[in-house]
Each structure stands twice: as C-alpha cells, then as structure tokens.
Design a protein. Structure first.
Length: 280
C-alpha cells in the first residue's frame, strides 16, 4: 500500500522526463495537505522547483526548505479558523435524524464555504501575487479541487493540471469527467451501504443524491461567481473542474468499492502509509 514512489514517478512524467520542472502548488489545509506534503518532499529531492501558494492563516501548511512559499493575507484569524472547523468536526460525529443532520450539514458547510471563498477572493485580488504567477512560466499546477481556488488558477494560467484528491462532494468529480456512477452498485457517502444492496437499500442510495443537489449548489456556486468575475466569462463549476489532465485519486478499492473510472483517473491508495511499510 505504500504508493508514494509511484505517485512521484507519475508526476515526474507529467513535468518532463529530461529536465526538472517548475511546479505551482495550491493546496487545501488539514489532512488534505498532510498527504500532499509527502509528494512535494520527494519532488524536491528529484530536483523539481516547487512554489506553493497559501493563506497566511493555516493549520498545517508551514514554510519548508523543500518549497518556496508565497503567502497572501486573509480577513480572519487563527482562532476564527479553529473554532469554525472544530464546530464542523463535532457535527460530523453527532447522532440524530436525517433531517437534523441535513440542517446541521447545511449550516456547517455554508460557514466553511464562506472561509474558503473569502480566502480565494483575497488571493485573486492580490494583483502582485497574480502577476508573479503569470510571469513565472510554470510547467504544471498541482492542486486539490475540493476547494476550487487552485482550479480557478488552472483556468487562468492555462497550464496542465494534476488534481490530487480524495474526492469532491456530491460526485462533482465524476460528473465533470463524465464518469459513470450508477447508484445500483456505487454506494453514496454516509449511507453506510455496501456495493451489495437489496432493493430497498438501492432506493435509499438513489434518494440520497437528492439533498446533495441543494448542498452542493450553495457550497460551490460562490466559486462559480468568483471565477466568472475573475476570468471575465461565465463558467460553471463543472467547466472549472474538468480542465485537469490527470486525477490522482487518494483512494483504494480495498477501502472503498469498485466503480468505473475514466482513463485519466488514477487510484493511488496508500499514499498516507508512506512512512510505514506494511507487512504482506
């Protein structure tokens, strides 16, 4: 399961086999970053230049000798960030009816979205930093599309993009890549179903997509508005996401369930086990 070396080799092939590349990285904080950092460390060891863009207020994203860090200001504090995410994580473990959990999820996702959109807006309004990115002549962009700021930069800079992700809520990653995701045997998140469902479970799995429509509409629509203003053209979330050249999916069928994947979607499950070689 130790998949870090194959991941790095794949990234290197995208950046050029003959010479070291120049990579722009737009990460997402938290556990998303902890996985991505493993890849960046090895890329730097292989001679690639890594430039990372991040807000001044973060949890885990800190300066490192393995990359150049470009920071931008945001209108919230470390304490604001801590309180909001703690409240969101607390909800994730609460029990209750479906309606209660739906309302709490709506409220929590809306607040988290506000943080992400606010941070992204300040990045896109930072003319000095945007000019630096435009003039730096990067070979590729590595980003996690669960928050869409890096994806907006992919479209603005017109560079090959590598997405490094666990998944995007509401199956937007599969929708953007036109990848089939039949509810008949691909269980939806948080349903606690398996790929072997009875008829009633299949109906439950099918109905579970309905609230996702509302949750994802308000969670991602602000990014669509922000991107349309910045790119000076009307774009949808799907328009933004589908620009990736390669999707590195941090999942494995050992932990999830078999499902169709498009040719440019590559499972790399096990990257989180990089430091621990598992016995046979």
């Amino acid at each position: 399961l130790s998949a870090s070396p194959p991941v790095v080799l794949l990234l290197l092939s995208l950046l050029g086999l003959a010479a070291a590349g120049k990579l722009l990285v737009v990460p997402v904080d938290g556990s998303h970053w902890l996985s991505m950092r493993e890849v960046l460390d090895i890329l730097r060891q292989r001679g690639h230049k890594v430039i990372l863009v991040a807000p001044e207020v973060t949890w885990h994203i800190k300066p490192s000798k393995n990359f150049v860090m470009k920071m931008f200001s945001v209108p919230y504090t470390q304490e604001d960030l801590r309180k909001e995410f703690q409240a969101f994580f607390h909800f994730s473990f609460e029990q209750g009816s479906f309606l209660e959990r739906f309302v709490k999820a709506y409220q929590g996702i809306k607040r988290i979205t506000n943080f992400g959109v606010s941070s992204c807006g300040h990045l896109l309004q930072n003319k000095e930093l945007i000019r630096y990115l435009e003039e730096s002549k990067f070979d590729s962009i590595l980003t996690d599309p669960v928050l869409l700021c890096g994806v907006i930069l992919v479209n603005h800079l017109s560079l090959p993009a590598v997405y490094f992700l666990q998944g995007i809520p509401c199956g937007l990653d599969f929708e953007a890549t036109q990848c089939p995701r039949p509810p008949s045997y691909v269980p939806r998140g948080f349903t606690q179903l398996t790929d072997d469902m009875s008829f009633l479970q299949w109906v439950k799995n099918l109905l579970h997509d309905i609230p996702d429509i509302f949750l994802c509409d308000f969670a991602f629509q602000p990014y669509s508005k922000l991107a349309s203003e910045f790119l000076q053209q009307d774009v949808t979330v799907q328009d933004l996401i589908r620009q990736a050249s390669v999707w590195l999916l941090r999942s494995d069928f050992v932990l999830e369930y078999p499902k169709p994947l498009m040719p440019n979607i590559i499972p790399i499950g096990g990257v989180n086990c990089a430091h621990k070689e598992l016995t046979q």
